[in-house]
Ligand binder design. Structure first.
Ligand code: MF3
Ligand code: CO
Length: 249
């Protein structure tokens, strides 16, 4: 069952979405060599509370933190740690979710650490973010979830990178994860047809090398099997009669 949101509900989701956006902006400004992923976590937790929201991830299936911080070959769900100190040339994905007034927001960015990013990594970040922008453009009445996934896949693969299959985007609303699943691959015209008020959390995960993922012994951190670097961007997007409405910026 897919929950379509009313105008009032979308306004609430916009408020929680904005807070996630503000948290990510705050944390992004802090990313630098010598900063640990736990430093990012602390600032995020404080900011979420300051903005009057609650973290969505902490306690979700016993996940211990408000952020996921995934460095280099880590795809998603990296757990912040005092021991993980960022260094020049790394890339870090920062994923944050909050709940406000019963409605969830969920968004992620991947940013370089320091000023000397390798050209291949710069391209990885650009291609992944652009693939999300292209997917967002598919969020229109009459399009399908397959169109959204195909937009990501076509753009990523035409740039020589690969999309992860083991993890997918999702519907979102009064729960962090709602139907439908939103894969980053697909066939145009296939899958659930988009209707007014649906909200999709679209989250391309893109590897430089092979698409396969595996989960580490901590039961959370997903890494690339081939060790190649990976990037992740995410926005929540509502289907409206006027086209896509991004809620998390
Ligand atoms: N953005 C991710 C997702 O939607 C983050 C979830 S982390 C978890 O699945 F801890 F909450 F599971
Ligand atoms: Co998500």
């Amino acid at each position: 069952m897919i929950n379509c949101k009313s105008q009032t509900e979308l306004e609430k989701m916009r408020r929680s979405g904005r807070i996630v956006g503000q948290v990510l902006e705050t944390v992004k400004a802090l990313v630098a060599p010598g900063v640990s992923t736990m430093d990012l976590e602390r600032v995020a937790e404080e900011k979420i509370h300051e903005l009057g929201a609650k973290p969505a991830f902490k306690g979700y299936y016993d996940y211990p933190c408000v952020l996921c911080t995934s460095v280099n070959n880590e795809i998603i769900h990296g757990i912040p740690s005092e021991k993980r100190v960022l260094k020049e040339g790394d890339i870090v994905s920062i994923d944050c979710g909050v709940v406000l007034d019963g409605y969830y927001g969920d968004s992620a960015i991947t940013v370089p650490v320091g000023n000397t990013i390798a050209p291949e990594l710069k391209k990885l970040l650009e291609v992944t973010e652009t693939s999300l922008k292209k997917a967002i453009q598919e969020v229109r009445l009459g399009k399908t979830v397959g169109d959204v996934g195909a937009a990501v896949q076509e753009y990523v693969e035409s740039n020589g990178f690969s999309v992860v299959r083991e993890f997918v985007g999702h519907g979102i609303g009064t729960r962090l994860h709602e139907e439908p699943q939103v894969p980053n691959y697909g066939v145009r015209g296939h899958g659930t047809r988009l209707r007014e008020g649906m909200v999709l959390a679209i989250e391309p995960m893109v590897n430089i090398g092979k698409p396969e993922a595996r989960v580490l012994g901590d039961k959370w951190t997903a890494v690339t099997v081939d060790g190649s670097y990976s990037a992740h961007f995410e926005h929540c997007v509502a289907v409206t009669r006027n086209g896509p409405l991004v809620l998390t910026e």
